[in-house]
Design a protein around this ligand. Structure first.
Ligand code: HEM
Length: 569
């Protein structure tokens, strides 16, 4: 009996190993037909088990000196974010990553990016990788073609300048709360968590009309104990965002299974809470429309109104497309998902990089004080936003060095596709996933010169010759575009990020509040000089983690303690 049990226990991994070896060989043969360099991986990059704990296994092996160099470099989830341009310098602008579950074309070349993005019927979004955003069903991020157009048309029109102004004001007020909190809670090693609270509060106001005063990570816990259910919605969203991978693996109902940990069961409840909250807002807005009142400015209200308009036009015989209640909920979730942690991660990187580079802080503060001389922040007008070019340059530099998505993922689908790579036309086999690596392209010396891994935001600013300057020199500075063939932090083409300006306004407003009157520096470890601490935090900031989350975050953010002080103190 015991022998039978042991044999069957060994048989499962044995069979899995044989299946992996055979699949790997088959995929390798297909990849060889491209003539591109190959990088072989024994574990499929999107293997669910590996998503949950693969990186920890690799890091442990790395620490204990177990395994090959190849295993240490290429088996973590999100390896490409840490490799940046290095692997492409070794293997070229495009190579095939071969695994048992399929082949990946990894690209750092701007012209291949352009071809893939613009041939959008040949190279489609890889929906498998976006599956986890279907928590509430299909939405903008998980559909294609006509269905996608319907989602995009209705939801994108709600991103108006009026909404951006709301984002500006709300971000100023939240950043104010955040800096007060940090001044009281020195030294701050919770910047990564605190910035997520900041962006969650801004989103809550812009999308759902919920206004919260800022409480940092430590205070937020105490606040939960107050049992005031006004925080229920925001906390539900926060919990869902932090557990998208368990949700993908188990689904809403599966999270409640007897064997799941308590936190997963709570996530299931949060999914229901968020659904009922948005349903409530939809019903409220429909009732408002019936009464002829249309004053709500939040995005849910705007989407409901857009849907009602479409229905009205449809009744007049015009061909239109509207969204169901389920689809509105799903889109609001995806906006919150796509807009929250992305922006928070960038803000965290930004602040760490600025702490490491005091000269950049002075450079940015000079601009902020020039355009916002009034101490009273309530007078800061939204029209100042485009003038704050140095602020935008530091955001672009932070995105260049550490992008929260790391790559744009497309696929050939069921057909082979021929694509120009350098001087060769390469035919990619069917079902090839294409990984356009932002991390590699944004740091490749071909595009960024000899200092691609250095922090240098002024690379995005040019100053005209002095004889061409009429007003203050700072006003003549020219900001590079946020979209160039070799720089695509918000993507480009049809699926460009609809929240681009939202995030820019939010981050610039935060910088204005944080840096106009304050200075941030890293807290040195015992015996460490300030200069050494600056170098350490910059290097730490470049190390990226991706396990258990679909975004690329700073791996050791808790090891970085920041000190804030008022200017002149
Ligand atoms: C600095 C912050 C942000 C960055 C770097 C960023 C970047 C991107 C990128 C690169 C894409 C394209 C993804 C792909 O094609 O695979 C994207 C899509 C998207 N972003 Fe953003 N984003 C940011 C903030 C926001 C915000 C604040 C919102 C909403 C409030 C938002 C909503 C979306 C949505 C809904 C999509 C999917 C669009 C579609 O598929 O049609 N993003 N974002």
């Amino acid at each position: 009996m015991l022998v039978a049990v042991l044999t069957s226990l060994l048989a499962v991994p044995g069979l899995f190993f044989i299946w992996s070896a055979l699949s790997l060989q088959a995929n390798k043969k297909k990849a060889e037909t491209t003539g591109l360099p190959l990088l072989v991986r024994w574990v499929t990059p999107i293997n669910p088990f590996w998503l949950l704990c693969g990186s920890s296994i690799v890091l442990k092996c790395r620490a204990w000196g177990i395994g090959t160099k190849n295993f240490h470099r290429f088996y973590t989830f999100g390896w490409e974010a840490n490799e940046r341009h290095i692997v492409h310098e070794e293997l070229g602008p495009a190579f095939m990553l071969v695994s048992p579950g399929g082949n990946w074309l990894c690209v750092s070349d701007a012209s291949v990016f352009a071809e893939v993005i613009h041939r959008r019927t040949d190279f489609r979004r890889n929906m498998e990788q976006f599956e986890l955003l279907n928590v509430y069903g299909k939405n903008l991020a998980t559909t294609d073609d006509e269905e996608w157009q319907k989602h995009r048309k209705i939801t994108a029109i709600t991103f108006t300048e009026r909404n951006n102004e709301l984002v500006w004001k709300q971000s100023i007020s939240q950043a104010r709360g955040m800096i007060e909190y940090w001044l009281k809670h020195q030294h701050v090693n919770t910047t990564a968590d605190d910035t997520k609270i900041f962006t969650l509060n801004v989103l809550a106001a812009a999308i759902f009309n919920k206004s919260y005063s800022y409480h940092g990570a430590a205070e937020a816990k105490a606040e939960e104990k107050d049992d005031n259910d006004s925080h229920l919605y925001r906390d539900s969203l926060g919990r869902i965002l932090g557990h998208v991978i368990p949700i993908l693996i188990c689904g809403e109902q599966g999270l409640k299974a007897w064997w799941t940990p308590k936190t997963w069961k709570e996530v299931s409840n949060s999914i229901a809470t968020f659904r009922s909250y948005v349903t409530g807002l939809i019903n409220e807005e429909r009732a408002n429309i019936e009464r002829g009142e249309q004053n709500n400015q939040h995005l849910v209200a705007a989407v409901v109104r857009a849907c009602e308009r479409e229905k009205h036009e449809a009744s007049g015989g015009k061909r239109t497309a509207t969204l169901t209640e389920q689809e509105i909920i799903s889109n609001m979730f995806v906006y919150a998902f796509a807009g929250n942690d992305t922006t928070a991660i960038v803000l965290n990187h930004l602040l760490v990089n600025l702490a490491a580079h005091p000269d950049s802080q002075e450079w940015v503060a000079e601009e902020i004080r020039h355009y916002l001389p009034d101490n009273d922040r309530t007078t800061w007008a939204y029209t100042t936003f485009p003038k704050l070019k140095r602020c935008q340059a530091v955001i672009m530099e932070a995105l260049r060095l550490a992008h929260p998505l790391g790559q744009l993922v497309k696929g050939t689908g069921a057909f082979p596709q021929t694509i120009q790579i350098g001087s060769r036309a390469v035919t990619l086999p069917p079902n090839t996933v294409i990984q356009l690596s932002l991390a590699a392209m944004h740091t490749h010396p071909t595009y960024w010169g000899q200092d691609p891994l250095q922090w240098n935001p002024s690379r995005f600013i040019t100053t005209p010759p002095t004889d061409a300057i009429v007003n203050a020199p700072i006003e003549a500075e020219i900001l590079a575009s946020d979209t160039a063939p070799h720089f695509l932090p918000w993507a480009t083409g049809q699926r460009v990020c609809p929240g681009r300006k939202f995030s820019q306004v939010e981050l610039v407003a935060a910088l204005a509040v944080l840096l106009r009157d304050h200075v941030v520096s890293p807290q040195p470890n015992a015996g460490e000089s300030l200069e050494a601490a600056r170098k350490r935090v910059f290097a730490t900031g470049l190390e990226i983690e991706h396990e258990g989350s679909i975004l690329h975050e700073m791996r050791h953010s808790k090891s970085i303690a920041l000190t804030w002080r008022r200017r002149g103190e």
